[in-house]
Design a protein around this ligand. Structure first.
Ligand code: PRE
Length: 89
């Protein structure tokens, strides 16, 4: 395949990734509402560790486990920000 073909493939995959991240954000926002109602804190390091362990287990390469974890550390960081937004209450 040419570079243009690979870029078209990347654009297509990015669309799917955006959809999936949006669905994940909806779930995180719903958790955020429940946490607020319960007076619980947003940041749960134990749960975040489970998320990172899980994605490392799912990883089939070519990225290293630590690289996949870095991507999810950023995603979870964004989810925490979403949960702290006044609009998610
Ligand atoms: O599972 C939760 O309690 C969430 O709020 C979701 C989530 C995540 O995005 O996976 C976000 C923030 C928490 O620190 C832990 C995990």
């Amino acid at each position: 395949m040419e570079i243009a073909d690979w870029r078209a493939k990347i654009d297509e995959l990015d669309e799917q990734i955006v959809d999936l991240i949006s669905k994940r954000a909806e779930a995180a926002a719903a958790i955020g509402v429940l946490k607020k109602q319960a007076g619980a804190r947003v940041y749960e390091p134990g749960r975040e560790q489970q998320v990172f362990d899980h994605v490392r287990q799912c990883n089939k390469g070519p990225l290293e486990d630590t690289e996949i974890q870095h991507v999810f550390e950023r995603i979870v960081d964004v989810m925490r920000t979403l949960q702290q937004r006044p609009t998610s209450s």
